[in-house]
Design a protein around this ligand. Sequence first.
Ligand SMILES: Cc1cc2nc3c(=O)[nH]c(=O)nc-3n(C[C@H](O)[C@H](O)[C@H](O)COP(=O)(O)OP(=O)(O)OC[C@H]3O[C@@H](n4cnc5c(N)ncnc54)[C@H](O)[C@@H]3O)c2cc1C
Ligand SMILES: *[C@@H]1O[C@H](CO)[C@@H](O)[C@H](O)[C@H]1NC(C)=O
Ligand SMILES: *[C@@H]1O[C@H](CO)[C@@H](O)[C@H](O)[C@H]1NC(C)=O
Ligand SMILES: *[C@@H]1O[C@H](CO)[C@@H](O)[C@H](O)[C@H]1NC(C)=O
Ligand SMILES: *[C@@H]1O[C@H](CO)[C@@H](O)[C@H](O)[C@H]1NC(C)=O
Length: 517
Amino acid sequence: MAAMSRSLALAFFFFFFLCSASIVSADDSFLQCLSASIPSQLLYTQSSPSYTSVLDAAVRNPKFLTNTTRPVWIITPTNASHVQAAVLCGRRNSVRLRIRSGGHDYEGLSYRSERPEVFAVLDLVNVRSVRVDAQSGTAWVDSGATLGEMYYAIGKAGGQIAFPGGLCPTVGVGGHFSGGGFGMLLRKYGLAADNVIDAVLVDAKGRLLDKNSMGSDVFWAIRGGAGESFGIVLSWKVKLVAVPPTVTVFNIPVTVNKGAIDVLTRWQAVAPALPDDLFIRVLVQGQTASFQSLYLGTCDALLPVMRSRFPELGMNRSDCKEMTWIKSVPYIYLGSSATVEDILNRTISMDTSNKATSDYVRQVIPKDVWTTIFGWLARPNAGLMILDPYGGQIGSVPESATPFPHRGGVLYNIQYMNFWSAGGSGDAQRAWISDFYAFMAPHVSSSPREAYANYRDLDLGENVVGAGGVSGYDAGKVWGEKYFRGNYQRLAMAKGQIDPDDYFRNEQSIPPLVSGK
Ligand SMILES: Cc1cc2nc3c(=O)[nH]c(=O)nc-3n(C[C@H](O)[C@H](O)[C@H](O)COP(=O)(O)OP(=O)(O)OC[C@H]3O[C@@H](n4cnc5c(N)ncnc54)[C@H](O)[C@@H]3O)c2cc1C
Ligand SMILES: *[C@@H]1O[C@H](CO)[C@@H](O)[C@H](O)[C@H]1NC(C)=O
Ligand SMILES: *[C@@H]1O[C@H](CO)[C@@H](O)[C@H](O)[C@H]1NC(C)=O
Ligand SMILES: *[C@@H]1O[C@H](CO)[C@@H](O)[C@H](O)[C@H]1NC(C)=O
Ligand SMILES: *[C@@H]1O[C@H](CO)[C@@H](O)[C@H](O)[C@H]1NC(C)=O
């Protein structure tokens, strides 16, 4: 009894200690420093009434709402001077910044820490204008814009321009471009990052830099080397791409009973070698493979291509849906009844938590292995696979031209994903993913086993912070070479140039490699 009340008293003591600690530090010199340059209504401490609503507004995975280290402060800048002030105040007061654009990071690293840490979230939700210049075929897009906001502005500006980014309209431009970014136009036009031609960056010294002043190594690094590592990218200048007035969409589900295994086995060789105007991805879930396509042209033009290149799918005129490119964005991701305005909606359903990871396939997986894979997908608590074909433009860029190395020779990307209801532990679903990932090892890329940086997975490895307070280069290879292959070292050298002290860091940021040290 006595022991119990003592431990209760101790628990209360720590409770009050922890609570007041954050309030005490919120009153400290970091906040005072910020207040000198940033209006107080753009600053939040843990005791601010709207702290939780501001923070949770861009949490995209309910599993990160609890049981994690949250920021002590949130800063919502409206302009570049505020961002520069946040960096200078942060450095002066040893407060790190986690940068958040759309909050879709698969590990939530833009707003939470795996380890105990005192940090602030710099949330770019108010930095989100999109300025399209249809005449020159370019646009300046702020990092806090969503892909939906960007596509919407492009759609308004003219009928035959588009941008090759991801499918999900709520994804943030800031994180997406930083890690590469791909969607249904990847075979024709490559990655989002491949189409970036300038950028505005605030570095660890608080300097505002453009393409020329940041230097060619850093400009190379921010286009695919993933977010957080090199500073805060405020804005991106992109090249828009041409699309015809009519595109054609189809979605053909094929069940295992109707021959899904044969069609899928064939798809692996066919899809990466199709004409660049034709993209066919596959969603594999349960005992069904759904072949989802975007074709840059009319149904009349598509039918003969399908008949000659992929007759096994049995696609015909009744499968075709013709529309404009901008209408295809909500149609493909949100469903046939969604409108173009729906892609402006920044709210997403929070009913399920999820876990994801990825692979790259460079050699066709044999038919008997697909039979076994469908067995995995039939197990209790199974998740799904999304297969995105490469080839075309994404494959023709040299491996070292950008940090994103999954180019020539890649047949397709696999994303594994599993879901569970928001309140649950997800233990069974996580176990399914990790067991299935282990099973897949002999059938996917190896040495290193490649993974896509934008499908972040901390199970691939985490940074180890050394004695000097700097993330270690060698320890980072474990995950870094999976995401970046031979480009990891050059990324670490760029990091050494722009942020040798490792101010901008998280569990998977690029460690600095400083020559001569
Ligand atoms: C539902 C869903 C659908 C997706 N669909 C696709 C898809 O179709 N194609 C695809 O390629 N990917 C897709 N992704 C992955 C997505 O591209 C990445 O998660 C991306 O990093 C998210 O960007 P964000 O700004 O929303 O995320 P955030 O969580 O805000 O940021 C991600 C990382 O980048 C850093 N960061 C953010 N903004 C900046 C900035 N301005 N400067 C520097 N660093 C910054 C953050 O600190 C964090 O480390 C999807 C993800 C989800 C959750
Ligand atoms: C909280 O997180 C820790 C460490 O990540 C984990 O071991 C634990 O199971 C989590 N608890 C709950 C209730 O999710
Ligand atoms: C940013 O806003 C502040 C007001 O909070 C203003 O003083 C400053 O000049 C602005 N800076 C820029 C670059 O617009
Ligand atoms: C066209 O294909 C669909 C399946 O994709 C099939 O149901 C339909 O019968 C086919 N129609 C013709 C005319 O072949
Ligand atoms: C935005 O999306 C959310 C989640 O799907 C939905 O609940 C909400 O009604 C949508 N808002 C609007 C204005 O359409």
